[in-house]
Write a protein that binds this ligand. Structure first.
Ligand SMILES: C[S@@+](CC[C@H](N)C(=O)[O-])C[C@H]1O[C@@H](n2cnc3c(N)ncnc32)[C@H](O)[C@@H]1O
Length: 347
């Protein structure tokens, strides 16, 4: 299977290589002089950071400088050049300091074999399950974690969880106890713990679908005895209609479209609209193209994402909804690191 096929088939595991073929795809030729200049600039930033770490500088300041520098270098050079810089950063001694943070290390090592697993997200949510790993970290690792976990992308992910819980509650209250919800790529479904409607038992059915059996098992045991149904399935199984899931008032996907090329994103969105009841809502979230964390994430965390602009989101929604009686809108989270595409069925 080609790397491009892997990134777009919606079923294969998400790896840095499969995403790189999308994120860094460009036909631009690289000029040797430009590559040399980029390498030199990166080397300088990394050397400064290394010296500051060696001199026991204030970790917050070192990390802020490093984050800013990695983002600036990423933005200054073409994706093809940036792709060549990534392994240089990953093999630099600075990476060892960053990997003292268990969150950065987990992302880099990918214990579940793919990027962005639900265990990784639990560091962002400060879930008690990751506390032993944080407790075992070195003082430097703890300080690095304090910085990274407060970076804009993480703040936006926590807000996303709260927003999703609120939207579930809103749908539940508008459907008078009959609301059926579908979460695609649910991970550990951490938003469910914030949902008042789930506590009040005013949701009729909440299907949480994920491709990772470990995450599905975790949701099944945590929400046993509730209306949450944990389902092992993938974008691929949804597109092939190999499972009968039913119809829903609210379908959403968070932390998934960042891994899907437009072609699959559009097909999945079309399929979701078919599974929506009249006047239902479909929402998909994506990291915005201007997140400042991208340089650090793609190097020290080895976590590349398909970042999208407002226009990228509109392109997906236009292609998805051609000829349909729907209303489309876009909203951003408070720090504009995550963008939400929302499609409401008008009939
Ligand atoms: C970044 S996590 C997001 C989890 C959760 N939605 C959240 O916001 O915390 C991405 C999730 O997508 C799941 N996933 C990745 N590719 C998938 C696919 N093709 N089909 C279904 N789930 C997928 C992973 O197993 C993982 O749980």
């Amino acid at each position: 299977m080609s790397e491009l096929k892997m990134a777009i088939d919606g079923q294969s595991l998400i790896t840095p290589a499969s995403i790189a073929s999308q994120v860094f795809s460009s036909t631009d030729a690289i000029r040797d002089s430009e590559l040399d200049e980029a390498r030199a600039e990166l080397a300088l930033h990394l050397r400064v950071a290394e010296q500051q770490f060696l001199q026991d500088g204030a970790i917050g300041q070192i990390m802020l400088r490093l984050f800013t520098a990695m983002n600036a270098v990423r933005n200054r050079y073409s994706p093809k050049i940036w792709e060549q810089l990534i392994p240089i950063a990953q093999n630099h001694p600075v990476a060892r300091y960053c990997h003292e943070d268990p969150f950065t290390r987990w992302s880099f090592e990918k214990p579940r074999g793919y990027s962005g697993d639900a265990g990784l997200l639990d560091f962002i949510y400060a879930h008690p399950s990751v506390q032993p790993l944080l407790d075992a970290a070195s003082p430097l690792g703890k300080a690095v974690h304090s910085f990274v976990s407060q970076a804009p992308a993480c703040v936006a992910v926590r807000e996303r969880r709260d927003l999703l819980a609120q939207l579930v509650d809103d749908v539940a209250s508008s459907r008078g106890g009959e609301a059926e919800i579908l979460t695609i790529a649910s991970g550990h479904l951490r938003e469910a713990a914030m949902s008042q409607a789930l506590k009040d038992k005013t949701v009729k059915r909440w299907v949480a679908l994920d491709q990772d059996p470990l995450s599905v098992g975790a949701v099944a045991s945590e929400y046993a005895g509730t209306v949450v149904e944990a389902v092992n399935g993938s974008v691929g199984t949804i597109l092939k209609r190999s499972q009968t899931l039913g119809t829903f008032d609210f379908i959403y996907a968070a932390g998934l479209y960042d891994y899907l090329a437009d072609e699959v994103a559009i097909k999945l969105s079309q399929r979701c609209l078919q599974m929506l009841k009249p006047h239902g809502t479909f929402l998909f979230a994506n990291f915005a193209d201007e997140i400042p964390d991208d340089g650090y994430m793609e190097t020290f965390m080895n976590w590349a994402l398909l970042l999208r602009s407002e226009e990228d989101m509109w392109r997906i929604m236009r292609a998805t909804t051609e000829g349909l009686d729907v209303e489309c809108s876009i909203r951003y989270g408070a720090n504009k690191n995550i963008v939400y595409g929302i499609i409401r069925k008008l009939s």
